[in-house]
Ligand binder design. Structure first.
Ligand code: FAD
Length: 499
């Protein structure tokens, strides 16, 4: 596959003079792009830039759990980043202050309650297993803890560890052009433009699929500006609907891999159900929540069957109010353009077929249709049937995070795996810099091949666990998965990569 050569579009952009070539440009200031940039600076590579399409960085996104593997990777990327993220997390921070800022608290003064757990129950309300929400319990079991943090707080915390002039919002990459004659890649960017509604983005707002990022746009005030930026290496960290990925695969035999694929799974959810009758509330408290703020209910009787992953899984949340998130296996067209009432019917149909108890169906029936939302989950499969899957790199360009292997969030591994990418990629680029191989195409290709050799098999394993739910089939598989994913250390790997 080839990325476009410079001749084709060179004259379209006003700023094409070769006045600055960065060592690395990271496209996307999400957690993975920012962690990569921090890791590069930490290793002495300072001639870098991170660009993001958001007009300004705003409060968007969901809560992300960072698990031992992701935290260990972040600590290897930069111990300061690890400390800052831990401090900013909901696990260790106070509730929001009046000015919207969170005041950090040390663990001793605000310890997470050790009894808090995320419980998994069968349809009869019997506990099958539980996951501790305490940092210390994870630390004890896997040598590192677990924290919950909002995507925005994670982004802000990492962003603040970089000099302000190194992270530029309002720079939407629209394509990449190989400029072999200058030994670099040109990124064409636009600013002050409306960001298209993005049906794949995690920030899509339920059934309307409104990309919250698009609210950052103010199309009336200014003209769109175009800009060309150049770098010796490009790290594509621009999320599941990656433009850099499209540039790699479009017009190649890998065209089919340019866009994310629907995974077959979707969520129907209602954050808040008002007016729950006392009797139902008491039943749910007693038989399901039993003191937990969050639990998952599914048909564990079918855990050993191959189709277990297709059983609906209902997450019940009891914080300020009771809400739920139902994961179902469903054709995409059953969800698209559906009204709240139609989504409600669809949810009930799935619960009915799977034999969910009446009380949980009753809860769903109480959801106001206008509060119902849906979210299809997309994937970039790490394992493909073809003998030669499309590589996550080409020439001077490499994909990381969701741009390489975005997936549904069922095992809470998307950001964690992206942080694992970050430690591998920063170590390999550091080696390129140390050996002054910026213009050595073979050395770059070798480094990026190593990244793929290390990361792809593990991503295949993680995606299989996500899509088939195999760790849930038995206690033994659950333990094995936990040890395989959380128990690893990266020191040995980094030492190998440095050789
Ligand atoms: C409901 C839900 C729960 C989740 N829970 C967890 C969890 O508990 N644990 C976990 O590890 N993961 C979780 N994830 C997944 C996690 O959010 C993602 O894997 C993670 O955010 C990926 O990081 P990223 O930096 O690769 O991409 P993103 O977070 O998507 O960031 C990409 C960035 O690139 C920018 N961008 C996009 N296009 C362009 C462009 N053309 N030019 C410039 N900039 C661009 C975007 O503005 C954005 O800032 C969850 C996801 C969902 C939906």
């Amino acid at each position: 596959m080839d990325i476009p050569q410079s001749q084709s579009t060179a004259n379209l952009f006003t700023d094409t003079s070769i006045n600055k070539i960065y060592d690395v440009i990271v496209v996307g200031a999400g957690p993975v792009g920012l962690a990569t940039a921090i890791g590069l600076r930490e290793r002495g590579i300072d001639n870098i830039l991170v660009i993001d399409q958001a007009r300004a960085f705003r409060q968007i996104g969901q809560i992300v759990d960072l698990l031992p593997n992701g935290l260990k990777a972040l600590k290897c990327v930069d111990p300061n980043a690890y400390e800052a993220v831990k401090t900013a997390s909901l696990t260790f921070a106070n509730s929001p202050q009046p000015d919207g800022e969170k005041k950090a608290q040390v663990m001793e003064t605000n310890p997470p309650k050790p009894s808090q757990e995320w419980v998994s129950k069968n349809l009869q309300g019997k506990k099958v297993r539980s996951i501790s929400l305490s940092f210390d319990v994870w630390l004890q079991n896997y040598g590192e803890g677990r924290v919950s943090i909002s995507w925005y707080d994670l982004q802000s915390t990492l962003r603040k560890l970089l000099p302000e002039d190194k992270v530029k919002p309002n720079h939407r990459c629209i394509n990449v052009v190989d400029e072999q004659e200058y030994g670099c890649v040109r990124l064409n960017c636009v600013s002050n433009v409306s960001v298209e509604a993005n049906p794949y983005a995690y920030w899509a707002d339920g059934q309307n699929n409104i990309d919250i990022l698009s609210q950052n746009s103010d199309t009336t005030s200014q003209q769109s500006l175009t800009k060309a930026l150049r770098a010796k290496l490009i790290v594509g960290a621009d999320g599941i609907n990656s433009t850099v990925r499209k540039a790699l695969y479009t017009d190649s035999s890998y065209q089919a891999f340019a866009k994310p694929e629907y995974s077959g799974f979707a969520a129907i959810y209602c954050r808040e159900i008002p007016n729950i009758p006392n009797q139902l509330r008491a039943h749910l408290e007693e038989n399901f929540f039993a003191g937990s703020p969050i639990l998952t209910v599914t048909n564990y009787e079918r855990a050993s069957e191959p189709a277990f992953s297709e059983c609906p899984r209902m997450m019940l949340i009891n914080r300020q109010s009771i809400g739920y998130l139902l994961h179902i296996f469903v054709p995409l067209n059953s969800l698209q353009s559906k009204s709240g009432n139609e989504l409600l019917d669809l949810a009930l149909q799935h619960l009915e077929t799977a034999g969910f108890p009446d009380e949980l169906k009753q809860l769903v029936r109480l959801s106001p249709p206008e509060n119902l939302q849906q979210r299809p989950y997309y994937i970039h499969r790490a394992a493909v049937d073809a003998h030669r899957p499309p590589a996550w790199s080409l020439g001077r360009i490499i994909l990381v995070g969701d741009a390489a292997h975005g997936m549904p969030p069922f095992m809470a591994q998307g950001a964690n795996q992206g942080l694992e990418d970050a430690i591998v990629v920063t170590t390999l680029i550091h080696k390129i810099a140390q050996e002054n191989n910026w213009n050595n195409k073979q050395a770059i290709a070798l480094a990026f091949k190593k990244y793929e050799q290390i990361r792809r098999p593990f991503m295949e394993y993680i995606q299989e666990a996500t899509l088939t739910q195999f760790p849930n089939s038995s206690d033994q598989q659950w333990q094995e998965y936990n040890q395989t994913v959380y128990g690893r250390n990266f020191d040995q790997l980094i030492a190998q990569l440095r050789v």
